[in-house]
Design a protein around this ligand. Structure first.
Ligand SMILES: Nc1ncnc2c1ncn2[C@@H]1O[C@H](COP(=O)(O)OP(=O)(O)O)[C@@H](O)[C@H]1O
Ligand SMILES: [Mg+2]
Length: 376
């Protein structure tokens, strides 16, 4: 039923009512990587205004101020959801978009991150993921919001990979060198790491571009009555479907066997659905995207380890942060062709030096340039 109010007045009223429900503070609060989410009972008034059933619940999404580490080509998740929820009916709709805040339908259920652990992803679950990837790949790309002007052409997989590499280099590595450059150097990440990666990975097979979620991991998958719903579409992009499979496998932390199984199920499901062309060059190019995931992740992992240190860290804090860095660098060793990797002692020393220069003695406890980054 259309609202009797003009659109802006309607939005403002919905926003005010949602805010007042949030401030009452009786809903659940779910903190994710990029947003803080308040689960609110809508009540009759809001439900009527939003044209949804009374007593439904909704999720008010408020962005957190976090370090930018992955590309976002569509600033409005609401626009993406409008397309996605038309085709994947289980995905909760965006009920109202207030600019940076938004109100989403709330799907009851538990995130997989609360249910299962790293070692018990079974065949059924993998088949469900494969099915999800096929259904997402079927969403007509003509319905998607416009891409940035410099976006690689459909099928130009190599340019797509290189766009991702350039993003890591410019927006994650270079953009943070003022604050973290000395730390990157001290833990032996070569300054030209991404340039070398790009040079070494050319000649990718062409695959048609599709809508990609790019963040399908346990915390973004809700299960209820054995049905899965993938939430959190704000990092969706348009590109090579192998990037989707690679980000999924790395972020799920699959071991070798699980990766092989997931890849086989993905390829089988795509072929069965008539999308053979999405699997072209799979054997050669999937490992390239997996390597990219580990390579790019070294910068955010090092920054988060440093930012996660308390204002007055003790030896244990430094060692825990140092271990996080060692793990990230260990995983990036082959992808970045690192000859020297730091041991724990060296990493701890590097963190101490960074902390000394950037945090210690400053009343705010924030990095020196006060760039408002937060650890996730
Ligand atoms: N419908 C839901 N059911 C169960 N848990 C949810 C639901 N929506 C969100 N969550 C929980 O809240 C977390 C953050 O929500 P999400 O939408 O992924 O935000 P973020 O963008 O911050 O990651 C999720 O990882 C999940 O654990
Ligand atoms: Mg999330």
């Amino acid at each position: 039923m259309p609202s009797p109010l003009p659109r802006r007045a309607h939005q403002a009223l919905v926003h005010r009512l949602a805010e007042s429900r949030r401030l009452r503070g009786n809903g659940e609060v779910l903190r994710g990587h990029h947003n803080i989410n308040y689960i609110l009972p809508l009540g009759v008034g809001l439900a009527l205004l939003l044209g949804t059933v009374p007593f439904a619940r909704a999720k008010l999404r408020i962005p957190l101020d976090t370090v930018e580490v992955v590309p976002r080509i569509w600033p409005s998740e609401a626009e993406v959801l409008r397309v996605v929820s038309r085709h994947l009916r289980e995905v909760p709709r965006c009920l109202a978009d207030f600019g940076d805040h938004s109100l989403h339908a709330y799907r009851r259920g538990r995130a997989l991150s609360e249910e299962i652990h790293d070692d018990d992803v079974n065949d059924d679950l993998m088949r469900a993921f494969a099915d999800f990837f096929v259904r997402t790949a079927r969403i007509p790309v003509t319905e998607l919001p416009p891409r940035p002007a410099d976006w690689p052409d459909d099928g130009d997989s190599e340019r797509f990979l290189h766009w991702l590499v350039d993003f890591t280099e410019e927006r994650v590595h270079r953009a943070n060198r003022d604050t973290f450059g000395s730390l990157f150097d001290d833990v032996l990440i070569p300054e030209d790491a991404m340039a070398t990666f790009k040079r070494n990975h050319t000649g990718l097979t062409s695959r048609p571009f599709r809508l990609l979620h790019t963040d399908v991991h346990r915390a973004n998958v809700v299960r209820r009555n054995r049905r899965l719903t993938v939430i959190d579409w704000e990092l969706a992009i348009y590109g090579d479907p192998l990037h989707e499979l690679a980000t999924h496998m790395v972020r799920m932390g699959y071991g070798k066997q699980d990766r092989d199984r997931m890849t086989a199920l993905w390829a089988e499901a795509m072929r069965r659905a008539g999308h053979d062309e999405l699997t072209a060059g799979l054997d050669h190019d999937l490992p390239v995207y997996v390597a990219f995931e580990y390579a790019q992740s070294v910068f955010p992992d090092v920054m988060r380890a440093a930012l996660g240190l308390p204002e007055e860290p003790d030896e244990l804090d430094f060692r825990a942060a140092g271990r996080r860095i060692c793990v990230a660098i260990g995983l990036a060793r082959e992808p970045l062709q690192l000859i020297d990797v730091p041991d724990l002692e060296r990493t701890v020393k590097a963190l101490r030096r960074w902390h000394e220069t950037h945090v210690a003695g400053r009343s705010t406890g924030r990095p020196a340039d006060g760039d408002g980054m937060t650890a996730e």
